[in-house]
Design a protein around this ligand. Structure first.
Ligand SMILES: CCCCCCCC(=O)SCCNC(=O)CCNC(=O)[C@H](O)C(C)(C)COP(=O)(O)OP(=O)(O)OC[C@H]1O[C@@H](n2cnc3c(N)ncnc32)[C@H](O)[C@@H]1OP(=O)(O)O
Length: 203
């Protein structure tokens, strides 16, 4: 396991997978990320594109229809960067306490729009770090209710950027958070978010 339990949400279930299952599933998700990036970067010949498509289809067929979402591992290996899901780029959360969080992320061309990171990909990272902050340090389960993004400057691909988040105030079940994505001390993108602690835990 790669993170200490202070960095994990209060509802994280670390017993969901054995160490061996965790390693092999993580390797599968890493390979999926590599495939996404390789397809994005490629300009294959017709035959290479057909062959690659057949291999990817074969992999999907091998995995079959899957298990109910309550049993899936994707998105639930909380102590792994990216939680073993390929939707968002893997976020390395270095620190979380009751009021702030700090992490690092590198977007690749898969998440690019025109030369810079796609505007729809950036909220994925804000939702991850603010979601972690909103639900760590014993806080109950909360859902994203509102996000506002300010795109100050383009975010480069293939470059590690820092992400910071903090709790600005709490009003009953409502947590008002803010977050910034920075490169060399310059804020590139800012996000304001509202998380609402739900009345009943749905899990
Ligand atoms: C580590 C984790 C990483 C991953 C984190 C991922 C987190 C997510 O992405 S969750 C998925 C995306 N979000 C959702 O699907 C949420 C969908 N919405 C909902 O489930 C509900 O609307 C929910 C839970 C946000 C609020 O529902 P409910 O508890 O019934 O709220 P309700 O009682 O109406 O309102 C509570 C308060 O919040 C306010 N509020 C609710 N929604 C909003 C909103 N969108 N904007 C502003 N205020 C809002 C209400 O005005 C009310 O305020 P007050 O108490 O001052 O009157």
């Amino acid at each position: 396991m790669s993170a200490d339990s202070r960095l994990l949400p209060s509802y994280a279930d670390l017993s969901i997978a054995s160490p061996a299952e965790r390693r092999s599933f993580n390797a599968l998700v890493d390979a999926l990320r590599d495939a996404q990036e390789a397809v994005t970067r490629s300009r294959p010949s017709e035959s290479a594109a057909r062959r690659a498509a057949a291999l990817l289809s074969e992999a999907a067929e091998l995995l079959g229809e899957g298990v109910p979402d309550s049993e899936q591992l994707a998105g639930r290996l909380w102590d792994e960067p990216g939680r073993a899901q390929a939707l968002a780029p893997p976020l390395y959360i270095d620190d979380v306490d009751g009021t702030s969080a700090r992490g690092r992320v590198t977007f690749s061309r898969f998440h690019a729009g025109v030369r810079t990171v796609h505007g729809g990909a950036l909220p994925l990272v804000f939702d991850e770090i603010m979601g972690r902050l909103a639900t760590t340090s014993g806080k109950p389960f909360a859902r994203t209710a509102h996000l506002t993004i300010d795109y100050r400057a383009g975010v480069p691909v293939d470059t590690e950027v820092e992400v910071f988040a903090r709790v600005k105030r709490v009003e009953g079940r409502k947590l008002f958070l803010s977050s910034e994505l920075c490169l060399d001390g310059t804020v590139l993108t800012e996000c304001q978010g509202l998380w609402v602690q739900i009345r009943e835990d749905p899990r």
